[in-house]
Design a protein around this ligand. Structure first.
Ligand code: DWN
Ligand code: SAH
Ligand code: ZN
Length: 409
């Protein structure tokens, strides 16, 4: 059923454009025999704000249900992501952090994948991370971490204790926060006059282009564009001064905000805005076209998996990603079609995937005798994974991909 909600950025009317139906928490891996009763579900649906064009979820999941002591995602699990964040940290050291005693705050530092490089360089820093388990891992690396949710009150306390921040940084975190007004008010209060707020998140333009519908799950509340971010910034006396497209996680944009009037926007901002206009990224027809492709992928993927089952083939999933919760639950893929999912994360192993209840096993189990097919849930890490799993192809195994369309590699 199509509905409306109130925009979390501007208060305008959000019109629903796609409904994924009943979905579980994407990172709530279940202990067999313990957690199966009372599993939490909510309605996952996306809408477009008629006023500010922000694409967002129609329903919010309470933050403590998602981000807590046992949050299982460890950012350092990918070598490629480690080098991505090290590169960004090194760049900040030679650009924004060259003054006398600079101070940097990271919102959602997770296990310290980015801050580790800055901590090792002796830069004054603070990571703000509500998920206790991963925050402890960061602290063990010598990183200064505050275990709490970042919001306006947190920002004001940090400002009072540590002074203004030259850089506030957030990767794959701002899009997770429905109470984004509180965040931006806090950022405005915490930033030094010449400071920057840099954040990177999955880009709606890439999600639409690749039909990567699995970027849509409980934790991802907002789907940004240059246009929606620019308008959001203006509401908080901030200004979008730079954008940079990134290849990670299937296509992201790194946005830089400064205090309004403090910096001249780079030409990249106007270029991306023009591209978004030309593509009709804020048009309902574009988003409806995305929805049609999603239905097509669902039908093609389930038809393929049923055919392989009928042929007696063994199919396993590769990577117990948060994204895969949307794929399995929306497409109705359970252990009958995909027998297990392999993953390197200890906190996910020997548990069941949310909703679909497929057993997760150690990635070490992905070895001779290999399955016939591997459904690549961690498609954003395809190069890294396929490079280390060359034995699978050599043994005759085939990879199944589902974005931008279902295909066998
Ligand atoms: O936004 C978010 C991103 C940054 O991370 C969070 N909301 C949650 C999480 O999303 P995800 O779980 O979809 O992220 P990834 O990075 O696609 O997850 C990859 C998964 O695959 C991890 O569980 C680790 C696993 N993995 C593996 O088993 N072998 C990953 C690699 C690279 C490997 O070689
Ligand atoms: N920056 C990392 C982690 C992304 S996962 C990376 O790019 O890989 C999202 C993280 O945001 C989780 O660790 C979660 O605990 C954290 N988070 C969620 N809400 C937050 C908030 N209000 N303040 C700070 N961190 C938050
Ligand atoms: Zn709005």
């Amino acid at each position: 059923m199509s509905s409306t909600s109130q925009c979390r950025v501007c208060g305008g009317t959000v019109n629903e454009f796609f409904d994924f139906g009943r979905q579980p928490l994407s990172d709530a891996f279940l202990e067999p025999d313990v957690d199966l009763d009372g599993e939490f579900f909510f309605r996952l649906a996306t809408g477009l704000c008629a006023d500010c064009t922000m694409v967002q979820l129609m329903e919010e999941v309470p933050r403590d249900r998602m981000f807590h002591e046992a949050y299982p995602y460890h950012s350092s699990g990918s070598a490629y992501m480690r080098s991505h964040f090290e590169g960004l940290a090194k760049r900040l050291l030679t650009t924004e952090l060259t003054g006398d005693d600079p101070f940097v705050v990271e919102v959602g530092c997770n296990d310290g994948v980015m801050l580790r490089t800055l901590a090792e360089s002796g830069v004054r820093h603070l990571g703000v991370e509500p998920s206790g388990g991963v925050a402890d891992v960061a602290a063990a690396k010598g990183i200064r971490v505050r275990k709490s949710f970042f919001e306006e009150s947190t920002a004001r306390e940090i400002r009072a204790a540590d002074g203004p921040a030259d850089v506030i940084y957030a990767a794959n975190t701002l899009c997770h926060i429905p109470y984004i007004g509180s965040i931006l008010t806090g950022v405005r209060a915490l930033l030094a006059p010449t400071g920057v707020f840099v954040f990177e998140d999955p880009y709606l333009g890439d999600i639409v282009e690749r039909a990567s519908f699995d970027q849509i799950y409980d934790e991802h509340f907002f789907f940004f564009t240059a246009r929606s971010v620019q308008q959001m910034a203006q509401r908080h006396d901030l200004e979008l001064v730079d954008v940079e497209r990134l290849p990670v996680h299937g296509g992201e944009v790194r946005y830089t905000l400064a205090i309004a009037g403090a910096r001249t926007p780079t030409p990249a901002v106007a270029d991306l805005l023009a591209e978004e206009r030309a593509r009709g990224l804020a048009d309902r027809a574009t988003l409806d076209g995305f929805g049609e492709r999603v239905l097509r992928i669902r039908d093609d993927l389930t038809a393929l998996l049923r055919r392989l089952r009928a042929e007696g083939k063994r199919v396993v999933g590769y990577g117990a990603t948060a994204k895969s919760a949307t794929v399995t639950n929306f497409c109705g893929i359970g252990p009958d079609l995909v027998s297990t999912v392999v993953d390197t994360t200890p906190a996910k192993q020997n548990r069941l995937t949310p909703g679909a209840h497929i057993p997760v096993v150690d990635a070490a189990a992905f070895a001779d005798p290999y399955p016939d097919y591997a459904l690549l849930f961690a498609w954003n890490h395809a190069d890294e994974i396929q490079a280390k799993e060359q034995g699978f192809r050599a043994a005759g195994g085939r990879w199944i991909r589902y974005v931008p369309e279902v295909r066998i590699d």
